[in-house]
Design a binder for this molecule. Sequence first.
Ligand SMILES: Cc1cc2nc3c(=O)[nH]c(=O)nc-3n(C[C@H](O)[C@H](O)[C@H](O)COP(=O)(O)OP(=O)(O)OC[C@H]3O[C@@H](n4cnc5c(N)ncnc54)[C@H](O)[C@@H]3O)c2cc1C
Length: 606
Amino acid sequence: MVSLIPFNLQYHVEVKRNNKYEWLMFVLTVLVFALHGLLFHWLPGYFRSKRDPEGVKYQKFFKFLKIWDSWTNCIGIKVPFKKNIVYFQPSLVLLALFHSAVLGVFCIVQTVDLDYQPRQYIICKRMLKVAVGNLPMIMILLMKHDLVTAISGLQHDRLVFVHKWLSRSMWVLITTHFLLAIKYWLDLNFPIMLVIPPQIFGLISYVSFVFLTWASNKWIRKWSYEFFLIQHRVFGFIMLFLAFIHNPGNRAAVLISVHLLVFDRVLLKVLGAVHRRMSPTKGLCDFEILDNDTLLVTIPVKKTKFAKKTWYTTILPKFSTWDAGQHVYLNVGKISFFQYHPFTISNLEEDGEIKLVVRKQKGFTKKLYNKLIKMKQEEMNKEHNISIEESPSHKNKLQLKAQFIGPFGAKHQPFLGFDRCLFIGAGSGGSFTFPVALKLVQDIKQRDEANDFLFRPANQFVHLVWIIRNKENEQWFQHMIEPLYDFIQEGRIKLTIYITQEEPEITQERGNNEKTRIFKESVDSIEFQTSVYSKERFAIERHYGRPDISNLINSHANVLSDSVNTKSLSVCSCGPELLTNRIKVECQKSRWVKDAPDIYCYSESF
Ligand SMILES: Cc1cc2nc3c(=O)[nH]c(=O)nc-3n(C[C@H](O)[C@H](O)[C@H](O)COP(=O)(O)OP(=O)(O)OC[C@H]3O[C@@H](n4cnc5c(N)ncnc54)[C@H](O)[C@@H]3O)c2cc1C
């Protein structure tokens, strides 16, 4: 077939089309994110916030969500020789196939009538453009600000997953482009074209991209996150810079991506520096050693009149204030000048200071912990010439300069409209669940006292479950457990602590089953209360053993089973992925029980 496009115009038509598909790729990804946000974050949030006191309205929409969730939920598989169940989300495979199909179509569509060069080479050039079309989104997903999270309703870890998927599909396209280009010039017997400067730059850019893509594997991040970050930044810079020179057609995408990221980082650094300057202690923070591998970091924050939460702070950065459950990136210059690590703010803004519970890992956190031990030992030596272990006051606070950037995250649905809210936190995951649950019961109390039952249930039940290894770990969140006492006493919240690696001390046994023996202890002087709302008895409950997640979720879902009105249950969890995935699976099972409530499942894992 002879092309209808005149030979002398074909190059220009090709460039135009390639640019079109490059930007279409970007626009399509933006639309997918926006659509996800609209359907699964904004609309459900809006509909839930307009509920009747008896139950949720817009039931057809929630039925659609239920069906959607069954298609997209994760499933657990027992793999031979693996101790734990492996969870995976089959719908992600479908999504990956769909995305690959779109990439494939964009690479070949409207290339047939371009015959001024072999078709293989025309497709080879298109591939590069379609691949580069992914670049702005790959970079946008690296932004720390909440722009994408707020629009799409996707959490930080999901965005990291999409970042990796887009990068890897870009790598496949660029590798194919690279091989086809070599073949083209060798077939023409023109090898000199492979060693001209732009091609050499392209080659170096490609090699950097290989490292960028494959040296970010889980085992490398686990081995040394610091090494991963440094090499990722260095190769990222080389790759972008040389891609910019290799092909002038890539410049717009590269420039936009780099500028967005630079703007994000500069704004963060400026806000971080302002926070530090305005802080009452000029950045001096308290570091408390809680136990063998846990620290409590307290960062004073100056209250300002900018500390207002309005609609635009959903997307734009907040200053001097934060939402319950948000996290900040902490930097301690004396430990590592360039490293910023995410930690969830474990208290509420009214405290006027940020409290972070930091668990010791193998990199920055270990160095920080060891530095504090050393400082403490030096102090001991100076004062009494005794060791830390001998010191009765080894929990004293130490001070170091630190700064933070943020807050970010916690883009969940408002919990105020649910009949029951179940929070499950494991270990330092309590940093997320404690403040969110406390804020919720505060809001409920405030509304109850104002007799304000508009768009919310008349009787709301909050259950906070915390899973820890040892009873001693309870001290990590003493600053959050204490403010909960009043609410526990009033029967507004129930706190259950599961201690998994310890036997109880002197206490009375209530059950027969060895694994799930239940013990109750009264909290200070508080007696067991019977809630005026649900007639359930309240206290801090301590269970020795692991919680039965299925039973826990089912018990709440069953109470809300109603054949006339659709009630609602939220299950919010934070902990290791194994736990949060298990919770997702159990929520899904409970959704399909007859007369089940609308179940909203939100999880964060770190
Ligand atoms: C949103 C979020 C909130 C978190 N909140 C808390 C919290 O409240 N308390 C707490 O103890 N931990 C929290 N973490 C985990 C904490 O960030 C890591 O444990 C810490 O960064 C480990 O630093 P390291 O150099 O000692 O780790 P390494 O021993 O080098 O690595 C341990 C693990 O931490 C991850 N990690 C390391 N550095 C980073 C980083 N800069 N960004 C993301 N992940 C990293 C790595 O993937 C690795 O698997 C949170 C993580 C995230 C993503």
